[in-house]
Design a protein around this ligand. Structure first.
Ligand SMILES: [Zn+2]
Ligand SMILES: [Zn+2]
Length: 194
């Protein structure tokens, strides 16, 4: 059974929904440099990163995510050449999602800070436990004991299976961030700045 989670930025201008479909998501932490840079770029690190500099994410298919209000407050940046598109709100500088820089890749990573839960238990019941912490080598301070230094190879078959299923089922459309081939707004390039 799928669960519908409400999405809401901290000021409430941007709202949406996320369908959490069993076997179609990964609940992870990413401690990579880019996720930290993104939080810093938004000048909102305190509200985005945990004490290790990690970002808690749900990785799933774009078609399960819908933005229903405040679409005019969406901004997009790219921190690396050919890197991810990182989507955020311009009203309150909250991260909304990471996607690939192509509309045809069935992947979106949505920060849990953009989701609304009634309680910690509610969150646990819907998202389940965190199954993987990646890029621990970039942790602020000590690396969490349960983190991997980089992206664990043991996780690759799962990601591959996820991608193949998503491609076959065309789970990359509709996406809240692409109109056909093109991003819904011009994505700003911030490669020089970092
Ligand atoms: Zn906002
Ligand atoms: Zn990351």
């Amino acid at each position: 059974m799928s669960n519908i989670v409400s999405l809401k930025c901290s000021c409430g201008a941007v709202k949406g929904t996320l369908e959490v479909v069993p076997k179609s998501f990964f609940h992870v932490h990413c401690l990579c440099r880019d996720c930290q840079r993104f939080a810093k770029h938004l000048s909102n690190s305190n509200n985005i990163l945990d004490e290790h500099g990690g970002t808690e994410l749900l990785q799933t298919y774009p078609k399960f995510m819908k933005i229903t209000e405040g679409k005019e407050n969406i901004g997009g940046i790219q921190l690396n050449k050919n890197g991810l598109y990182r989507w955020h709100t311009t009203c309150c500088n909250m991260p909304m999602a990471n996607t690939m820089n192509s509309s045809k890749i069935p992947f979106v990573g949505i920060p849990v800070t953009f989701m609304e839960f009634t309680s910690e238990k509610d969150k646990q019941d819907i998202l389940g436990p965190v199954i993987m912490k990646a890029f621990g080598k970039y942790a602020m301070g000590k690396m969490p004991k349960d983190a991997h230094e980089r992206f664990p190879l043991s996780f690759m078959p799962k990601i591959l299976g996820f991608m193949i299923k998503g491609l076959v089922k065309k789970n990359y459309v509709p996406s809240p961030f692409f109109n056909g081939k093109n991003p819904i707004i011009p994505v700003t390039n911030k490669i020089q700045e970092c």
